[in-house]
Ligand binder design. Structure first.
Ligand code: GAR
Length: 225
């Protein structure tokens, strides 16, 4: 048996997902439309006005609100959220534009089964306003990152990244749209790999079983052929 086989464990397909949102829910929509190998998906929002709730309901997906405003502090909100989540016994919890910082206790409870998408090439530009920061710093390549969540915010083992060029006329909005398009592509892929048991976290590096890596280089601006 070679190393690759040893790393792969697709014997038990994982079937239950909880997706946490706070707003628009376009990443959630990409996940719901991706026909992932799941038996059960539940969408939970901390924000009763999140537009994504209606998007999920239109697709017949069960939704739930745990309004953070009803709790006096982060720990009591996280405890209530965890109770709801555990009721669904999810194999994976997916943060899809969930804009609350989660307590260490919450994050540790779901170690190795809590993932996030962040709109930058981490570890560059953690936090908010990532596109404005990328433009401000004059970087030429920007993107998004899917990663396992650890107590340090916008950190943790990286599963998949997509890079896009920054072009001369970019505004924050134009750049955000270019990155978001890639978010919708990479997030379902990363979740599928997880559900298929193809992700192995080895000393902070995530290996993906049986995937092909094309030997490509991205230059920005483009170089002559
Ligand atoms: C996405 O760009 C996502 O990467 C970002 O919020 C947006 C949510 O959009 N998440 C974070 O910044 C988390 N640190 P969506 O609600 O349309 O998916």
């Amino acid at each position: 048996m070679n190393r690759q086989q040893l790393l792969c464990d697709s014997r038990s397909l994982m079937k239950s997902l909880v997706i946490l949102i706070s707003g628009r829910g376009s990443n959630m929509k990409a996940l719901l439309d991706a026909k992932l190998p799941t038996e059960n998906i539940t969408v939970i929002s901390n924000n009763p006005k999140a537009a994504g709730l209606a998007v999920a309901e239109e697709r017949g997906v069960q939704t739930l609100v745990v309004n953070h405003r009803n709790y006096s502090d982060r720990v009591s909100f996280d405890t209530a959220l965890a109770e709801k989540i555990d009721g669904y016994q999810p194999d994976l919890i997916v943060l899809a534009g969930f804009m609350r910082i989660l307590s260490d206790r919450f994050v540790n409870r779901y170690q190795n089964r809590l993932i996030n998408i962040h709109p930058s090439l981490l570890p560059s530009f953690p936090g908010l306003k990532t596109h404005a920061s990328a433009l401000h710093e004059g970087v030429k390549i920007h993107g998004c990152t899917v990663h396992f969540v650890t107590p340090k915010v916008d950190y943790g083992p990286i599963i998949l990244q997509a890079a896009v060029p920054i072009l001369p006329d970019d505004t924050e909005q134009i750049l955000a749209a270019r990155v978001l398009q890639q978010e919708h592509y990479v997030y379902p892929q990363a979740v599928r790999w997880f559900l298929e048991g193809r992700l192995k976290n080895i000393e902070n590096r995530v290996e993906i079983c049986e995937t092909t890596t094309r030997n490509t280089v991205l230059y920005s601006p483009g170089l002559p052929e």
